[in-house]
Write a protein that binds this ligand. Structure first.
Ligand SMILES: [Zn+2]
Ligand SMILES: [Zn+2]
Length: 378
């Protein structure tokens, strides 16, 4: 926005039409209609500039029922209609099994999809991994000190990729906004994850690969507060419940810090994004070399950078824990050898999956295999 502010304007009216303003942007005030037009224009320009949607794409919108996903779902559909694209679109929701949270948002999402005639597909942790997040988290947390967001992120990215392919998607659209992306960039910097390009940017680093659907983020340049306002002005019925686990995650701390900084130094988040975008071409060139390292998981056939993929390793760890907890341990099997000497202590848990494999050295740091980043939605 760079329109000059009308001199007759007062401080509460839209700079274009003099109606009461709903939002103050860097360059002035906007009323409801002009804000909606400004917001949609920004999203469509992002889609065009980065070629996020192509004519014949089949689009899978990762949807949770939150404001970001409903906004991106609505605008992706509107974009295809405006440009008369033959692209088709469906929503995919992943039910992690989080009590008093996900069921509510899924209800809202169902209604939204019905109202807007968008097909809705569903995948769930329980069905795929035999455990909800609520059941899995206590099992794995004891020894590994893993946060629920780590488990959730691994499984959700896995299911998103698997089910989007199952339903023939050529692209996955996510609702990541500018705040999410700024958080993810800073998180990766703080954790020295130097291979960022695969997970970040308006379009994910993997350009073409049979094991992946590309991920794209049409809300990339939209600050969270703008998305929130847009969703409210459009009358989307959104359940603003927060994931009960979100405050336990690392991301939450980063979010608080960045909000604090933004309040003191306006433009901080945009500055992070601009710096990152300036570096992105170099990062992407580095990432292309990593494409060769992608393998197929020997258990499930999905993408992996080692013999077994992250999701399968995590499932194996949880399954072992479960066996131990259910009493096999105390009654014999474990004490006499199997668990203590074998599987759990030496094998899967301590050396393999948790400490060395998945998180620290593997997929996540390189960014190639599971592009995404958002703790709450990936
Ligand atoms: Zn106006
Ligand atoms: Zn696997």
């Amino acid at each position: 926005m760079s329109r000059p502010i009308n001199k007759t304007n007062n401080k509460t009216n839209c700079q274009i039409c003099q109606q009461p303003a709903v939002m103050e942007l860097q360059h002035g005030l906007l009323c409801k209609n002009h804000f909606i037009a400004y917001f949609e224009d920004k999203v469509f320009k992002t889609i065009n500039k980065y070629k996020l949607i192509r004519r014949n794409d089949r689009l899978c919108v990762a949807a949770s029922g939150g404001k970001d996903s409903l906004t991106v779902l609505f605008l992706a559909k509107k974009y295809c209609e405006n440009y008369s694209l033959p692209a088709s679109l469906f929503a995919l929701v992943i039910d992690e099994g989080i009590e008093r949270y996900r069921a509510k948002t899924i209800m809202g999402l169902k209604k939204f999809c019905r109202d807007h005639k968008i097909p809705l597909k569903r995948a769930s942790f329980k069905k795929e991994f035999k455990k909800t997040l609520d059941e899995a988290y206590p099992l794995i947390n004891k020894d590994s000190k893993k946060k629920p967001c780590n488990i959730c992120g691994t499984w959700r990215r896995y299911l998103l990729n698997k089910y989007s392919k199952k339903y023939g998607a050529t692209k996955i659209i996510t609702g990541h906004n500018l705040d999410d992306e700024a958080q993810a960039i800073v998180m990766n910097l703080f954790k020295a994850n130097t291979k960022l390009a695969g997970r970040l940017g308006p379009i994910s680093g993997i350009k073409e690969h049979e094991l992946f659907a590309q991920r794209v983020k049409p809300l990339y340049f939209c600050p969270e507060k703008e998305v929130k306002l847009y969703s409210v002005l459009k009358g989307f019925e959104i359940n603003f419940v927060e994931c009960p686990y979100s405050r336990e995650g690392y991301r939450y701390q980063i979010q608080e810090m960045l909000n604090d900084f933004e309040a003191k130094f306006k433009g901080t988040k945009q500055g992070i994004i601009n710096s990152f975008l300036a570096l992105l071409p170099k990062l992407e060139a580095d990432d292309l070399n990593d494409l060769e390292q992608i393998k197929q998981c020997s258990r499930c056939g999905e993408a992996a950078n080692q013999e077994i993929c992250n999701a399968c390793k995590l499932t194996a760890v949880i399954k072992n824990k479960d066996v131990v907890n259910k009493g096999v341990v105390n009654k014999g099997v474990v004490n006499k050898g199997v668990v203590n000497k074998g599987v759990v202590n030496k094998g899967v848990v301590n050396k393999g999956v948790v400490n060395k494999g998945v998180v620290n050295k593997g997929v996540v740091n390189k960014g190639v295999v599971f592009p995404s980043g958002k703790g709450n939605w990936n």
